[in-house]
Design a protein around this ligand. Structure first.
Ligand SMILES: Cc1cc2nc3c(=O)[nH]c(=O)nc-3n(C[C@H](O)[C@H](O)[C@H](O)COP(=O)(O)O)c2cc1C
Ligand code: FES
Length: 642
């Protein structure tokens, strides 16, 4: 494809691509994002290629590999157009049936459809599935339509139109003004207004300036940046080039986690294609504007996603944070003004330029405009990547989109904002999700992680888990964070092991305040959130652990015990055979009993005991479990039996 030299040429190329495409031609799209890849979408693709060839349908049907559709737990996902028939959990041996029944015969295969967990109804069309129905997929929506390795797919959907408009119709100041008016807030954590940061870099002295994409994404459970970069890399790139023009930067970096091989690969292809088409390099679209991009692969440390640490890593040094006496927007990489934004922040920019700030301002809340991609995981029926307008309530996200809590369990809390976020209890389920509302509750938006917890979750143990993660990931450079986090983990571990003392809660609160005040970077200053929010909303659980050595949720292994009830046990041997550590004694007709000194509290016996017998119970305080049986106790004869 020859280089495109002007906005007019870009339109001509787009029309030419569209003229080659028949919107009514049957099209099979297959998700090839990382999750679907892991569950076999590569094999499913190969099966489609073979089957289409076998039936001589290669020319009559388009087969396309796309980016992540968001509903990863149901992958590999296949969507057939123009009808938009959605098949989930597709395996290679389903492929001949899909071609024969659906493509050739026009019949739906019920077995591969989504079953609504609430109504039990089978849903045929992807957009009717409750997981998708209540979303507004502004940024993420094209992921499922685009082959990320084919720039023509992006161009066909209006790709690089915003760049052409920027370079041909707008001055850098006008672009900056539009982004400021749109009030795009950074999606990487702090929610800092992008326009203001851009302006700081633009106004900083010096000719050399940098723009950077933060695709480090170290939050456990979050993968929206990876999926966007993997599935629609040109969208991020287009936003970056527009930002570079507004700021006056001619060189950009994309900092991307090494553990994201598919994203790294698709990005490399996108960069090559963007250069070939003339969207990168010298004199872009004949505007006189030059811009190049370099990819920097991150070594996978959570703290290296922090702005100063990331820039230090790009300089080739250890990715540790430094004090920000001067903002990185003024003095960043090699002391030059460096504007860092998150993947999703950059991806918002083409929409702002194409549709204008007024349009953008109509989506979201007063203080948080646009949409947010959320990684919805944990104890919720539908897990995956969800995009909603800012201001959507937690309840709508968890119940309407997420389909509620599995197994009829009760909702307990939702942790938002990644490991440094806070846990929000049930009484705040109607809170609109935006930057400010979540902060008011002692949590944060962070990068958009959302972990749902049910009644079987111990909130002290959850705080211990997140603080342990942060302690492991602390770079150790500043004392409050390094030592404070270690002490917090020690105290929390003691509490979960029944060794907590009066005064521990207050000590934790003191340490939290110390970290907030004295840490070098936001890893330390936000680390208090999981502790303070759980103390605030679930203080009784802390007290129960400390005073009564009881874990009300029955999670903390040092405090709980499993017990086989003599009167209910039928000596069926199921738990006996399933116990991974051989802690259960007994035999056929000899009642089973758990040796508490061997038991690891894995709960397998409770899971496998037939509901008809219901003989295993869990005690939330181990001292309350009755004494084990004398060895060899026989099954008591049941009434009415000889
Ligand atoms: C410990 C730590 C890790 C971070 N990791 C990321 C990350 O993986 N991705 C990201 O975009 N921002 C991350 N941030 C936030 C960045 O420092 C920075 O605020 C952000 O990239 C700026 O982009 P934005 O304004 O578009 O949000 C992290 C911050 C801290 C303190
Ligand atoms: S990777 Fe296929 S739906 Fe996410």
């Amino acid at each position: 494809m020859p280089r495109i030299n002007s906005p007019v040429e870009l339109e001509r190329v787009r029309e030419e691509i569209l003229s080659r495409r028949d919107p009514n031609k049957p099209r099979i799209t297959l998700c090839s994002g990382t999750a679907c890849h892991a569950t076999g979408s590569g094999e499913v693709y190969a099966a489609f290629v073979e089957e289409l060839k076998k039936r001589g349908l290669e020319q009559k049907i388009d087969l396309k590999r796309t980016g992540c559709h968001g509903f990863c737990e149901k992958g590999p996902i296949v969507v057939i157009y123009p009808e938009e028939i959605c098949y989930l959990l597709v395996q290679p041996n389903d492929v001949p049936e899909i071609i024969c029944q659906t493509i050739e015969g026009g019949k739906i295969i019920d077995r591969l459809l989504y079953t609504d967990p609430v109504t039990d109804e089978k849903i045929t069309h992807e957009s009717d599935i409750s997981f998708y129905k209540y979303q507004n997929r502004l940024i993420f929506g094209n992921n499922m339509k685009i082959d990320p390795e084919n720039i023509e797919d992006y161009l066909a959907l209006g790709g690089y139109k915003a760049l052409a408009k920027t370079l041909s119709e707008m001055t850098p100041e006008q672009v900056l003004e539009e982004v400021k008016l749109a009030d795009v807030r950074g999606r990487g954590g702090g929610g800092f207004p992008a326009g203001r940061k851009w302006e700081t870099s633009r106004n900083a002295t010096g000719d050399t300036k940098y723009v950077i994409v933060n695709c480090d994404e170290g939050d456990p459970g979050a993968y929206m940046d990876r999926s966007l970069m993997e599935g629609n890399p040109h969208l991020v790139l287009e936003g970056l080039i527009i930002g570079a023009y507004a700021i006056g930067a001619h060189h950009g970096f994309i900092y991307i986690r090494q553990e994201y091989p598919l994203a790294v690969g698709n990005l490399a292809v996108a960069l090559r294609q963007a250069e070939e088409f003339g969207f990168l390099g010298k004199n872009i679209l004949d505007s006189g504007f030059d811009f190049n991009v370099e990819v920097h692969r991150g070594a996978g440390a959570f703290v290296s996603g922090e702005s100063s640490a990331l820039m230090t890593a790009i300089e080739g040094k250890v990715g540790e944070p430094s004090p920000k006496y001067i903002r990185t927007a003024v003095s960043g990489i090699w002391g030059k003004p460096s504007n860092l934004n998150n993947v999703e922040t950059w991806a918002n920019i083409p929409f702002v330029i194409n549709n204008g700030a007024d349009w953008y301002n109509n989506i979201g809340t007063e203080g948080s405009k646009g949409t947010k991609i959320i990684s919805l995981v944990g104890k919720v029926n539908n897990t995956g990547l969800v995009e909603v307008p800012m201001g959507t309530t937690l309840r709508d996200i968890i119940y309407k989109i997420g389909g509620g809590i599995p197994g009829g369990k009760k909702f307990k809390a939702v942790q938002t904002g990644g490991p440094s976020g806070g846990c929000i209890p049930e009484q705040y389920l109607d809170t609109p999700v935006d930057f400010d509302e979540l902060t008011k509750l002692g949590s944060m938006m962070g990068s958009g992680g959302m972990i749902v917890m049910d009644e079987d979750t111990c909130m002290v143990d959850i705080a211990r888990y997140f603080v342990s993660f942060l302690a492991d990931e602390s770079c150790g450079k500043c004392y409050p964070c390094r030592e404070g986090l270690r002490q917090m983990v020690r105290i929390l571990t003691d509490i979960t092991e029944g060794k907590g003392k009066e005064g521990d809660i207050e000590l934790l609160e003191d340490l939290c305040n110390l970290l907030k005040e004295g840490s070098l970077c936001a890893l330390g200053t936000t680390a208090a959130n999981p502790i303070l929010s759980t103390i605030k909303y679930f203080r009784d659980e802390y007290e129960e652990h400390i005073r009564n050595h009881r874990c009300p949720a029955g999670v903390c292994k040092s405090l709980i015990a499993y017990y086989i009830q003599v009167e209910k046990c039928r000596a069926c041997m199921i738990c006996f055979k399933s116990c991974p550590v051989e802690a259960i004694s007994g035999w056929l007709r000899t009642i089973h009993s758990i040796d508490q000194t061997k038991c690891t509290k894995c709960g397998t016996c409770l899971e496998v005991c037939p509901p008809l017998y219901d003989a295993v119970s869990k005690f939330t305080k181990k001292e309350e479990a009755p004494c084990p049986l004398a060895p060899g106790t026989k099954v008591p004869r049941r009434k009415g039996k000889k």
